[in-house]
Every structure is written in structure tokens, then in C-alpha cells.
Write a protein that binds this ligand. Structure first.
Ligand SMILES: C[S@@+](CC[C@H](N)C(=O)[O-])C[C@H]1O[C@@H](n2cnc3c(N)ncnc32)[C@H](O)[C@@H]1O
Length: 258
């Protein structure tokens, strides 16, 4: 999926909102970041986690946010403009521009499922981590990512089209084996599922619905159908029968000394 234009804007709204914040908190706590550390955020988006980490590592630390989207990196640079230890780099997670063993820990929130060669990205993550350091990775169980309240046939169609937005629908189920093969150990997984029963500007569901509709138009969905689906969700919300469920999974792993 291209994270430019409105899609990038709505993705950053998600990151700023309650559920985006709680995902960052989960990663932040899992990594137990301390002052002076060097931290890498892969697929940093609008730089919200980079900013949080920069404030924790302080002037003696280093935080690098890397993202494949020029627009996301521009937004991240603007968000982190006052932070000297933050470096924002446009790049590909399968070919990292860093020396071996450069970082004390690594974060990646909902990025790996968008990478066709996800094994290459995991192998690069391992290469740039110091042995014994920790990675905290969040990916979503997309088979269970679902809006409720629209007419079932159209709702199914919208979800089916949205499957195309990423390459790996159920990465959390596959990632422990991939991490072991790449030189990680001590793998622990924790679901951080959430439900929205309404749509508002601080809820994941509002921005995600707009994003699904925009993505679907021009595939097997036309503008009228996408608008109808959004209307049906709004009506369901007004009538108190709206729902949205997502199951992101936090996976933590330790880089082995090989
Ligand atoms: C859903 S957004 C998540 C952004 C951020 N981690 C957050 O939680 O707000 C996914 C991000 O991954 C980036 N991305 C996708 N493929 C990538 C790749 N191969 N290398 C680096 N970044 C990538 C996208 O540009 C996008 O900004």
C-alpha cells in the first residue's frame, strides 16, 4: 500500500489516537529503553515512536526512524524537528544503511506485513542489532480485522478487497519460526486486541474506515459502493450497533550471539 496522500494522513491520525498510542506504549515497555541507548524504529511512519524514544534516550542516545515513504519521513522530520538525537531516513527495511551491531534495541510497529520479502527484513534487523539486544515487533492478525454494522454482503466485499493492502495476513503466526531462523531467541508473544464500539476522531475505527474505502475504490469496488459502506457504518454507529475489532500481536525476541 502507498502511504502517501490521504492514506498516509489517516495512518498518522491512527498513530496519534488512543489505540496507536497504546501500541507504542506496549513496545516502549517491552524494550525497557534507557538513557544513552541506540534504537532503530523500522517503518517509523510519522515518527511518533521516534519522538517518544528520543525523549527517553536523551542527548547521549541515538534514535533512527526508517521508512520507505518519502511523505511519512517528511511528516516524521516535522514532528521531530526540535529533537537533535532523532535521525529520519527514507529507506527499505530489507537493505538497511547501517553497520552490523549498531543498535541496542529495535522496534517495528505494523510494518513487516507490508514487506514482500519479510525474511530479508528480519535478517537485516538481526544484522544491525548487537547480540543480546531486544526487538519488539507488532503485526496484525488481518484475518480477524473486521468492521461490523454494514450490510453483510458489501461488508464482506470491502474486507476482501482490503486483503490486498498487505502481503502477509497472519504474520504473527509465522514470525516465531522466521525469527529463530534469522538468529533470534527468547521469543514471547502477547496479543493487544482492542474493540471500538463507536467512531470518533480519537478512535482507530474512524480513520481505518476512511482508509479502507479509499484503498478499495478503483479495485473491484466503485466510489458509490465505498461511500455506501461508509454511510452504513455511520448509520450503525448512530443506531448503537457499530463495531470494529483488531488483534495486533506484540512479539519480542532477543538477538543471539550466533
Ligand atoms: C501502518 S504504517 C505504521 C507506521 C508506524 N510504525 C506507526 O505505528 O504509526 C506502515 C509503515 O511501514 C512503511 N513501510 C512499508 N514497507 C516498508 C519497507 N519495506 N521498508 C520501510 N518501511 C516500510 C510504510 O511506508 C508505512 O509508513
Amino acid at each position: 500500500m502507498d502511504f502517501g496522500g490521504d492514506i498516509g494522513l489517516w495512518q498518522r491520525k491512527i498513530a496519534e489516537g488512543l489505540e496507536g498510542t497504546s501500541r507504542r506504549l506496549a513496545v516502549f515497555e517491552a524494550l525497557a529503553i534507557s538513557s544513552g541507548q541506540a534504537v532503530l524504529d523500522l517503518g517509523c511512519g510519522g515518527g511518533h515512536l521516534v519522538r517518544d524514544i528520543a525523549l527517553a534516550v536523551g542527548d547521549s542516545g541515538r534514535v533512527v526512524g526508517l521508512d520507505a515513504s518519502k511523505e511519512q519521513i517528511t511528516a516524521a522530520r516535522s514532528l521531530c524537528a526540535d529533537i537533535t538525537v532523532a535521525e529520519l531516513i527514507e529507506g527499505d527495511s530489507t537493505n538497511l544503511p547501517f553497520e552490523n551491531a549498531s543498535f541496542d534495541c529495535l522496534a517495528s510497529i505494523q510494518m513487516l506485513e507490508y514487506v514482500p520479502d519479510v525474511d530479508a527484513a528480519i535478517s537485516e534487523a538481526r544484522r544491525v542489532l548487537k547480540p543480546g539486544s531486544k526487538a519488539a515487533l507488532i503485526s496484525v492478525l488481518w484475518d480477524h480485522w473486521r468492521f461490523h454494522g454494514a450490510e453483510p454482503e458489501l461488508n464482506d466485499k470491502m474486507h476482501e478487497v482490503f486483503r490486498e493492502h498487505c502481503f502477509h495476513q497472519m504474520l504473527p503466526m509465522e514470525i516465531p519460526t522466521k525469527l529463530k531462523l534469522a538468529g533470534f531467541d527468547g521469543i514471547v508473544q502477547k496479543p493487544i486486541a482492542f474493540m471500538n464500539n463507536t467512531m470518533h476522531e480519537n478512535a482507530f475505527s474512524l480513520w481505518a474506515a476512511k482508509l479502507v474505502a479509499a484503498f478499495a475504490v478503483g479495485k473491484s469496488v466503485d466510489e458509490k459502493e465505498a461511500a455506501l459502506w461508509l454511510d452504513q457504518l455511520e448509520t450503525a454507529d448512530t443506531e448503537g450497533r457499530f463495531g470494529f475489532v483488531s488483534v495486533p500481536v506484540l512479539t519480542t525476541a532477543i538477538a543471539t550471539s550466533r
